[in-house]
Design a protein around this ligand. Structure first.
Ligand code: C5P
Length: 224
C-alpha cells in the first residue's frame, strides 16, 4: 500500500484548544499512531535555548532541528537519550517553540520527521499546519478552537494539578501573544483550511469532542 493511502486525521488549532488531548484519545480509540508536532518545536526551542543560540537565527536553529535524535513513547519524549517530557511542557519551552516555529528552515527541517509518522494502520496528527502543509491530503481535517479565557483556564488547571505555580493573567497574556505570533508569521501560519471542519470546544467536555471526531471519521469512510 502506498504511503498516501494510509489514513490521516489532521487536528489543528491554537494553543490550549484541546488538540493534544483530543488527538491522543482519537488515536487510541482507532489504534492509530499519534504525532504531537508541537513537541518537536518545543524540543527545538528547549535545546536551542540551552545551547544559548539566538532563537531567531534560522541557520543555527535549523541545524539543531536536523540533527536531533527524538524518540516518543506514549507521552514520554527523549532527545539524544535524555528524557525531556516535563521540561518541554513548561511555558518557557512553549514560548521558545513559538519563536523557532516562525523560522522557515526549522519548519523544513522537521518535515520529513513528521511525515515519517504516517504509518499503518493510520495517524492522528495535531499542530498548527497538519492539514495545510504537512498532510494536505489528510482524509479528515479538524480545526479546534475555544475562547482565549477558556484556554487559559484549561492551562491553569493543568499546571496547578501538576503542582506548578501559575497565574491566570500571565497565562492569558501568553496565549494571546502566542496566537498572534502563530497567526501572523509568514511560514505556515496558523489558519483554518477551507476543507477543515471547525469546532468551538468552549464549555464542551472532552469525551463529546472525541465522539464527534470519531463520528466524522466514520462518516468519511462510508463516503469513500
Ligand atoms: O501545540 P503546542 O502548544 O505544543 O506548540 C508549541 C508551539 O509550536 C506553538 O505555539 C506553535 O508556535 C508551534 N507549532 C507550530 N506548528 C505545529 C505545532 C506547533 O508552529 N505544527
Amino acid at each position: 500500500m502506498s504511503v498516501s493511502a494510509i489514513p490521516v486525521i489532521a487536528i489543528d488549532g491554537p494553543s490550549a484548544s484541546g488538540k493534544g488531548t483530543i488527538a491522543a484519545a482519537v488515536a487510541q480509540r482507532l489504534g492509530f499512531h499519534y504525532l504531537d508536532s508541537g513537541a518537536l518545536y518545543r524540543i527545538v526551542g528547549l535545546v536551542a535555548g540551552e545551547r544559548r543560540i539566538n532563537l531567531d537565527n534560522d541557520l543555527e536553529v535549523s541545524r539543531i532541528a536536523l540533527n536531533l535524535n527524538i524518540k516518543f513513547n506514549g507521552e514520554d519524549v527523549w532527545v539524544d537519550g535524555r528524557e525531556v517530557s516535563g521540561l518541554i511542557r513548561g511555558e518557557v519551552a512553549g514560548a521558545a517553540a513559538s519563536r523557532v516555529a516562525a523560522l522557515p528552515g526549522v519548519r523544513a527541517a522537521l518535515m520529513t520527521l513528521q511525515r515519517n509518522f504516517r504509518q499503518q494502520p493510520g495517524l492522528v496528527a495535531d499542530g498548527r499546519d497538519m492539514g495545510s502543509v504537512v498532510f494536505p491530503d489528510a482524509g479528515l481535517k479538524i480545526y479546534l478552537t475555544a475562547t482565549p479565557e477558556e484556554r487559559a483556564q484549561r492551562r491553569y488547571k493543568q499546571l496547578i494539578s501538576k503542582g506548578v505555580d501559575a497565574s491566570m493573567a500571565a497565562l492569558l497574556q501568553d496565549i494571546c501573544d502566542r496566537d498572534h505570533r502563530d497567526s501572523n508569521r509568514a511560514a505556515a501560519p496558523l489558519l483554518k483550511c477551507s476543507d477543515a471542519i471547525e469546532f468551538d470546544t468552549t464549555g464542551i467536555p472532552v469525551q463529546s469532542v472525541v465522539a464527534k471526531v470519531l463520528q466524522l471519521y466514520q462518516d468519511r469512510q462510508k463516503e469513500q
